[in-house]
Design a protein around this ligand. Structure first.
Ligand code: MG
Length: 279
C-alpha cells in the first residue's frame, strides 16, 4: 500500500458492492467499513459482504464497530448510550465487538476500531476498572486474530486517552485519530493531540468540523476543508510524526452528496500532499 494511501469510510448496509465499485472508480484504493449490524455478521448476508469486498479490489484498512441503541445527539446522549462505557449493555457489546473483529479478520482488515464512549478521567474509579477489563478482553481476542484494537479519538483529551492506554497495558491497543472529533467534542487542539498520541496512531480520519457553540452541545461536522481542523497542518503533522498509514475521508452524510464530498476531499488531500512532498 502506498504511503498515506487515500480511502473513505463506508456503511456496510445496503448496496456495499455498488459503493465499493464507485469508490474504486473514483480512485480510492482503501476503505474503512462501519460494521454490519449483528444479524449480518453471520449467515448469507455475511457471505455476500465478504464476496463483495474480496472482488472489489479495495483494501479494507479497518472495520469500525458500532452498537445498536447509540445516540450522538448531544453530550448527555453520548455519555448515556455510546460504546462500552454504559454498564448495562457492556457485556453484550464486548461480545458484539469480538464478532466484528472476526468479521474484520475475514475481510483482511489489520484492525478493528471503535468509539468506546467517554472514558472516566479517574482511572481508579470502579466504573473505569470495568471498562479497562472490557477493553483488555477485546484486545486479547483481537491479538489472537493478529489484529489491533483502535480507539477513535474525540471524547476525551489526548492526555486522558494516553493514560487510559497505559492502564489497559495491551500492546495491540492503538488509536484511530479523528481531528474533527477533538474540535466537535471540545477536547483540545487536534494538532497538539496528534503529537501526544503519535506512538499509538494506526489510522486517521480526514474529517472536518467546528467547535461547539454552547456547553453540552457538540460542534458540527463539515465537508473537508470547510471546518476548523486545517487539513494541511494536519497532514504536515502526520508527516512529522512519521505516519505512513491510510488517510480515510469521513463524511457523516449519506447518499450522492457523500460521494461528491469524498471526491472533493480527495482533490484537497492530493493537492496538500503534493505541496508537502508526501506521496
Ligand atoms: Mg471518525
Amino acid at each position: 500500500m502506498a504511503r498515506m494511501a487515500l480511502g473513505v469510510i463506508l456503511s456496510a448496509r445496503g448496496d456495499l458492492e455498488g459503493r465499493l465499485r464507485r469508490i474504486k472508480e473514483a480512485g480510492f484504493p482503501t476503505a474503512q467499513l462501519v460494521s454490519p449490524p449483528a444479524e449480518d455478521l453471520a449467515g448469507p448476508r455475511s457471505q455476500e459482504l465478504k464476496r463483495a469486498i474480496a472482488s472489489s479490489g479495495v483494501k479494507i484498512t479497518s472495520v469500525a464497530a458500532v452498537y445498536a441503541g447509540e445516540s450522538y445527539a448531544d453530550v448527555a446522549a453520548v455519555r448515556a448510550t455510546v460504546g462500552l462505557v454504559p454498564r448495562e449493555t457492556r457485556a453484550a457489546r464486548v461480545e458484539h465487538t469480538k464478532r466484528c473483529g472476526d468479521f474484520a479478520q475475514a475481510v483482511g482488515s489489520p484492525n478493528l476500531s471503535s468509539h468506546i464512549g467517554y472514558i472516566p478521567e479517574d482511572t481508579s474509579d470502579p466504573d473505569c476498572r470495568g471498562l479497562v477489563g472490557a477493553v483488555r478482553e477485546i484486545c486479547d481476542h483481537l491479538a489472537a486474530n493478529q489484529q489491533s484494537f483502535c480507539l477513535e479519538t474525540g471524547q476525551e483529551t489526548a492526555e486522558g486517552l494516553r493514560e487510559f492506554i497505559g492502564v489497559v497495558g495491551r500492546g495491540n491497543l492503538k488509536v484511530n485519530f479523528d481531528p474533527a472529533n477533538m474540535i466537535m467534542y471540545g477536547t483540545g487542539d487536534p494538532i497538539e493531540a496528534l503529537g501526544v498520541l503519535a506512538s499509538w496512531v494506526e489510522g486517521v480520519h480526514c474529517k472536518d468540523g467546528v467547535w461547539p457553540k454552547a456547553p453540552g452541545q457538540l460542534g458540527e461536522e463539515k465537508r473537508l476543508g470547510e471546518g476548523e481542523v486545517g487539513i494541511e497542518r494536519f497532514l504536515a503533522k502526520l508527516k512529522e510524526i512519521g505516519y505512513e498509514g491510510p488517510l480515510t475521508i469521513e463524511r457523516e452524510i449519506p447518499g450522492e452528496q457523500q460521494m461528491a464530498d469524498f471526491a472533493a476531499g480527495k482533490k484537497l488531500l492530493e493537492e496538500a500532499k503534493g505541496r508537502l512532498g508526501i506521496g
